[in-house]
Design a protein around this ligand. Structure first.
Ligand code: AMP
Length: 479
């Protein structure tokens, strides 16, 4: 089937040609005809399947040549990156049609986004939280919406956005078309679909979520401490141009990025503790080839769509099998090919087995020839928590025994004892007096004590029994 056969508007056909789309992908072939006929759609689509164009093309087709100046389509997406990605896709597809769009997400100023509402762009692409922020104001109206798309609905569920989505639904006209895209269909998403969709066309519904075809999966068993060294060696041996490496936590992402930078690897990082400007900068630099490696956490990586992404590295095995599918779906997008490496430490074997069960096959194990798997690295990415606690205990015990030896030595010399932190410890009165500067010094200490206890209850210090000013009332007044 060709795009021409789908009966799309000529300007949209030109856009698909400009973007180098030769044929519609399976999800596009299945979703576009019912959407052009005005049906609701529930689609379980693989990540990288071309689902964005599957919903944007028919919506744009239907919006063309109709009244303008009001928001007529709303796309809700779980992350800023995905919202930005969809907006970019929209700009490319709608380029010559005259239709307009805008992205609404957090981490950037509200002002320009307010203008999008006031002007009434044709398509609004929004993350739930920021959209609700705008919806508190009278300028933010969605009563002209004819199409609602919920993209990556299962991820919205994971991120706790479903209550927000339901609040947004209350602001939309009941009479509208609704499209729900989700990689998987857990029960709450099925409930939401039942509430939102009218007689939907269900696509791929029986399909179990699976990684995109064209991905070559390889597992590298390696100890926790050697993961970063193995990555550096793999980068040196294979010289992949674009590598997306996933870590489990933001801290590990930072540490890995620092480690790679110290070894001269051009590297950027993207995670929840980075500002929107930093994330955009990192992604842009990566897309332009300024960085060989982009280190990311799962949430931040949603929506990252880099053409010709060579390699995805699961630096840490993801907790959930679905995350594995989403991660490796960043390579081999739209039927291209790519590699996915997973570094598995002995502690992570159980999680890897869960992934293998989910995708229904055992992933091949590899060892990197020439890599010293037995070496004990001088520099480690992270000291395991148990080791850190043991080190703190050993240090404390060492300090205690040193303090004891010192105290015994001082006792023998007639010097007052000191605690482990070096401050004078409680000692018999007689012993202290041998070291004090006499009555004058003692008197100065008492003067300070007297002064502070007789000071009025201001500046946060209050004597026991002093009258407390009532909150917002006059100082000293009875409560
Ligand atoms: P998506 O699943 O929407 O995130 O799309 C993944 C990638 O596939 C994007 O880079 C699209 O530009 C690309 N794509 C979408 N449709 C097609 C198509 N028909 N032929 C080739 N690439 C496509």
């Amino acid at each position: 089937m060709s795009f021409v056969e789908l009966g799309l508007n000529a300007e949209l056909l030109k856009a698909t040609q400009r973007m180098g789309f030769e044929h519609p992908t399976p999800i596009q072939q299945m979703a576009i005809p019912p959407l052009m006929q005005g049906r609701d759609v529930l689609a379980t689509a693989m990540t990288g399947s071309g689902k964005t164009a599957a919903f944007l093309l028919p919506i744009l087709h239907n919006l063309m040549g109709k009244r303008r100046g009001t928001i007529r389509a709303l796309v809700v997406a779980p992350t800023r990156e995905l919202a930005a990605q969809i907006t970019e896709h929209l700009r490319e597809l709608a380029g010559q049609t005259g239709l307009t769009g805008a992205a609404i997400y957090g981490g950037v100023a509200m002002g320009p986004q307010e203008q999008a509402f006031r002007k009434g762009v044709d398509v609004l692409i929004a993350t739930p939280g920021r959209l609700l922020d705008h919806l508190q104001y009278p300028y933010a109206r969605l009563d002209g919406v004819e199409y609602l798309v919920l993209d990556e609905a299962d991820r919205m569920l994971d991120m706790g956005f479903l209550p927000d989505v339901r609040r947004i639904l209350q602001r939309l006209p009941k009479e509208r078309r609704t499209l729900l895209f989700s990689a998987t269909l857990p029960a709450p998403i099925v409930d939401l679909a039942n509430d939102m969709l009218k007689n939907p066309v269900a696509l791929n519904i029986e399909r179990k979520s699976a990684p995109a075809v064209g991905v070559t999966h390889t597992v590298y068993p390696v100890s926790h401490d050697l993961k970063s060294h193995l990555l550096v060696e793999l980068l040196q041996k294979g010289s992949p141009k674009t590598v997306l490496a996933f870590t489990r936590t933001k801290h590990r992402a930072n540490r890995l990025a620092d480690f790679l930078e110290r070894r001269g690897v051009a590297c950027a990082r993207i995670h929840g503790n980075r500002s929107q400007a930093q994330r955009t900068e990192a992604l842009l630099g990566f897309k332009k080839g300024r960085f060989q490696v982009l280190v990311a956490t799962d949430i931040a990586a949603r929506g990252i769509d880099v053409e010709a992404l060579c390699l995805v590295v699961n630096f840490d095995v993801p907790h959930m099998p679905d995350d594995y599918i989403h991660r490796v779906g960043r390579t081999a997008r739209a039927e291209a090919t790519g590699d996915a490496y997973t570094f598995v430490s002995p502690e992570e074997e159980g999680e890897l087995r869960a992934i293998e069960r989910h995708i229904g096959k055992r992933l091949p194990r590899e060892t990197l020839t020439g890599f010293d798997y037995a070496k004990r690295p001088a520099e480690r990415l992270e000291i395991p928590i148990a080791e850190r606690i043991a080190a703190i205990r050993a240090r404390k015990s060492d300090e205690r025994s040193r303090a004891k030896v010192n105290a015994e030595r001082r006792g023998a010399q007639g010097v007052p004892s000191r605690s482990a932190d070096g401050k004078p410890a409680w000692a018999p009165r007689g012993a202290q007096q041998t070291r004090s500067a006499g009555p004058k010094r003692e008197g100065a200490g008492l003067a300070w004590l007297r002064q502070s206890t007789s000071r009025p209850a201001a500046g946060g210090f209050r004597r026991e029994g002093a009258s407390r000013p009532a909150f917002g009332g006059r100082s000293g007044s009875p409560r």
